[in-house]
Design a binder for this molecule. Structure first.
Ligand SMILES: Nc1nc2c(c(=O)[nH]1)N[C@H]1C(S)=C(S)[C@@H](COP(=O)(O)OP(=O)(O)OC[C@H]3O[C@@H](n4cnc5c(=O)[nH]c(N)nc54)[C@H](O)[C@@H]3O)O[C@H]1N2
Ligand SMILES: Nc1nc2c(c(=O)[nH]1)N[C@H]1C(S)=C(S)[C@@H](COP(=O)(O)OP(=O)(O)OC[C@H]3O[C@@H](n4cnc5c(=O)[nH]c(N)nc54)[C@H](O)[C@@H]3O)O[C@H]1N2
Ligand code: SF4
Ligand SMILES: [Mo]
Length: 695
């Protein structure tokens, strides 16, 4: 029996960044368990983390670069592959301009910290406007709202586990997702804390999720009605019954009157009607907020993906400002970063909405986010390809085939590209239609620090992972691939203008971290992956207040007030249609490993969930084949009667190519004009049985 050894690392699959202990034997991971010494996850892991070894050694890992020749993908040495790729890109840039070459950074790219830095640097150096990221099909409402209320799209509110006494989780399921904007390593312990010892945890979700089951109280409203609930709460707190901190508002908020006018329509009766919630529930929630004085409001993708996303995020912030909750113990705090020091940045500029034209093929979408965060909306990509504006695309750890709306259009548009270069760690349907396949180093083959996700942690932590394995076959670090592309294009993207082949990964990490507070030497030397950086959270508390222009929140930004006005003027559809709501599954991260054998959810969990009465009304039996149809698309699959669902909702897990929920979403209909966000939750659908088929 060969000797085994144990090494520490951390998981790079989701925001939680849990510490892990890997048992290695014969250069293979034979066991993964939670690292009890990790300051935040404290020994916790989920099934995805425990499958890190299976992912590392997966039979469908990409080992060799492949180039499409005469229709077939053929193994090709790096020199030749990169030569072909960069010649084609250069020719397209010459012929069609810089923006003909685009970059899409997906979640797999986002969790590879060096790829994220170099990918952004390459996009900037190539001068392309065709820069896309998964943010625009996930949560563009957050940078929009933050930008309009503070002047900067950066601040991310995070839960304060030590002090929060009243928490409202709206449209998020951290028991499964481990968090959307606040990370939840060990969600059971964290939620128990939030709901215990006189604290209150309210969960608002049309589905009785595992998170809802942990709550002191669960409200199951109609989908896409959260704006009403929040507007009602803000209205009442500002009203005669009180609850708002008037003195704080006088000193720290601008445009309070506009806020009061904007929410005026949402009285108890109208809110009950819109949300389908009872008067007692709404009164009880309001009373709890008044009792505690302060609260934390955590939103998730059930909010950011619905048509009223911007208004919901704004009112969630407004509710916390009205109660003087932000940056005070008891409410949420703004993370100052770990790999960067956000509190040292300049003061925020005056908030302005830059209503500039968006992508050329989609002039109706505002160019605001392109100007502030640099991204074009993913919803515009297919039109950009069809208009001939985008001809080559580098996909860095993403999968537009399942992630983007109008799935069938995406598939044919991507096949039309002159160049589709896909950087991934495993073979997927996307790599199979690529022109260039770029096999990358997986988490255990590289250095990492939580660059993109450090501002979502519940404390300020210093965390670094070192490579555990040499990359097998011809896998390369994604930063190296991007730097080589840059070199061939004549642009430098590595710091210090070092050549890709001369650069050391450790030195790069050290350079990128020099502006932050991560303790590189201590962490790399010691067999530790993470430590809390003592005192930073408390020392920096208030940094956003300090940077607000004139020290005040813009509490009623006019583009958001206008959106709420438009909603308030509308009336609810009668009868209320069935609505599709979004959701995730525990054993998978979006589309990753949906098609491969081994770890992950079984294919038979890819089902269309519906309420027993909705199923009965459509004559659909449990397990029978059925069809769900939206205004623009349709999807066939097996039915699952789900007692956790509110009547009137249909739930399809996101990420399955075999049951692609993005067949139902649209890149045209219901696209938000301010952000380009797609309606991915709460859209109206119909269901019917597919006769003559069972199981
Ligand atoms: N296991 C696992 N973890 C993941 C992922 C994964 O695929 N699998 N994906 C990761 C990614 S990329 C992200 S962005 C995060 C997302 O993290 P979360 O936002 O927590 O995502 P979900 O778990 O889908 O939770 C969304 C919840 O919103 C509810 N909902 C839907 N519509 C409405 C509505 O109109 N109103 C209200 N109040 N609720 C609604 C749904 O029922 C669902 O429970 O998860 C991350 N973590
Ligand atoms: N209809 C609908 N659409 C949605 C959603 C929804 O709920 N409903 N959710 C939205 C959300 S929240 C998001 S974030 C997007 C997701 O959008 P994407 O990020 O585009 O999609 P993923 O499926 O996460 O693709 C990640 C890819 O990265 C690869 N990968 C994993 N690890 C690594 C690595 O270390 N390096 C590299 N190079 N690659 C790696 C995986 O194999 C996978 O192919 O989809 C969005 N679209
Ligand atoms: S919760 Fe996220 S970070 Fe933790 S083990 Fe699971 S996938 Fe990995
Ligand atoms: Mo996401």
């Amino acid at each position: 029996m060969p000797e085994s050894r144990e090494v520490r690392s951390y998981c790079r699959t989701c925001l939680a960044a849990c510490g892990v202990l890997l048992e290695l034997r014969d250069d293979r991971v034979v066991k993964v368990k939670g690292d009890p010494d990790h300051p935040l996850s404290r020994g916790y892991t989920c099934p995805k983390g425990r499958a890190m070894g299976e992912l590392q050694h997966h039979p469908q890992r990409l080992d060799e670069p492949r180039l499409r020749r005469a229709g077939e993908l053929e193994p090709t040495p790096w020199v030749e592959l990169l030569g072909d790729l960069t010649r084609k890109i250069a020719a397209l840039r010459d012929r069609c301009g810089d923006s003909a070459v685009g970059i899409y950074i997906g979640t797999g790219g986002g969790y590879d910290s060096l790829a994220m830095y170099t990918g952004n640097a390459l996009g900037a150096a190539l001068g392309t406007r065709s820069r896309y990221s998964a943010m625009t099909i996930d949560t563009p409402c957050l940078p929009l709202v933050s930008g309009l209320m503070t002047g900067a799209p950066v601040p991310n509110p995070v839960l304060d586990l030590d002090h929060t006494r009243m928490t409202l989780i709206l449209a998020s399921n951290p028991m499964v997702s481990h968090g959307h904007t606040t990370a939840f390593p060990d969600p059971t312990t964290m939620l128990r804390r939030l709901a215990g010892e006189g604290r209150e945890l309210w969960v608002v979700d049309p589905r009785r999720t595992a998170t809802a089951r942990m709550a002191t109280r669960h409200l199951a409203p109609r989908p896409a009605s959260d704006h009403a609930l929040l507007a009602f709460l803000v209205r009442e707190l500002l009203g005669p019954g009180g609850g708002a901190d008037r003195e704080y508002l006088a000193a720290h908020a601008l445009d309070l009157e506009q806020l009061e006018i904007a929410v005026a329509a949402w009285d108890l009766e109208r809110t009950c009607e819109a949300t389908g919630l009872g008067e007692t529930d709404l009164r009880a929630l309001l009373a709890s907020i008044r009792r505690h004085g302060q609260l934390a409001v955590l939103t998730g993708t059930g909010a950011s993906m619905q048509r009223n996303a911007n208004v919901i995020e704004w009112l969630a912030w407004a509710l916390q400002i009205v109660t003087n909750s932000f940056e005070r113990p008891g409410g949420m705090w703004f993370h100052p970063g770990a790999s960067k020091r956000l509190e040292c940045f300049d003061s925020f500029p005056e908030p302005v909405f830059r209503d500039l034209p968006g992508p050329a093929s989609r002039p109706e979408i505002s160019g605001h986010l392109r100007e502030t965060v640099g991204d074009l909306p993913c919803a515009a990509m297919v039109d950009e390809i069809e208009a001939g504006n985008l001809r080559a695309l580098l996909v860095l750890g993403g999968n537009p085939l399942t992630a983007f709306p109008s799935a069938s259009r995406v598939d044919s548009a991507l096949r039309r590209l002159d160049v589709l270069a896909v950087a991934d760690i495993v073979q997927t349907r996307l790599t199979e239609i690529a022109t260039h396949v770029l096999p990358c180093c997986a988490p255990l083959e590289r250095f990492d620090f939580p660059g993109y996700m450090d501002s979502s942690q519940v404390d300020v932590i210093s965390q670094i992972a070192v490579p555990v394995f040499e990359p097998r076959g011809s896998r390369r670090p994604l930063w190296w691939i991007l730097a080589k592309i840059g070199e061939a294009m004549g642009v430098e993207i590595l710091p210090g203008a070092v050549a890709a082949d001369d650069a050391s990964e450790a030195a790069l990490v050290r350079t990128y971290l020099s502006a932050g507070r991560l303790e590189y030497d201590a962490l790399v030397k010691e067999p530790v992956t993470a430590v809390v950086i003592d005192g930073v959270r408390d020392r920096t508390r208030g940094w956003v207040h300090d940077k607000l222009p004139q020290g005040r929140w813009r509490i009623a930004p006019s583009p958001l007030v206008a959106q709420l006005q438009a909603i308030s003027a509308g009336s609810a559809a009668s009868p209320e249609p069935l609505r599709l709501i979004s959701g995730r599954q525990l054993r998978q991260m979006n589309s990753a490993l949906r098609e491969t054998a081994g770890p992950g959810e079984r294919l038979d969990t890819a089902m269309i969930h519906l309420h027993a009465r909705d199923a009965a009304a459509a004559g659909i039996d449990d397990g029978a084949r059925m069809r769900v149809t939206s205004a623009t698309g349709s999807l066939e699959g097996r039915a699952k009667i789900d007692p956790a669902l509110r009547q009137g909702t249909v739930w399809v897990p996101h990420g399955w190519p075999q049951l692609n929920v993005s067949e139902l979403t649209s890149d045209q209909l219901g696209v938000d004009p301010l952000t380009g966000m797609v309606e991915q939750s709460g859209l109206a659908v119909r269901v019917r049985s597919v006769p003559g088929t069972r199981g």
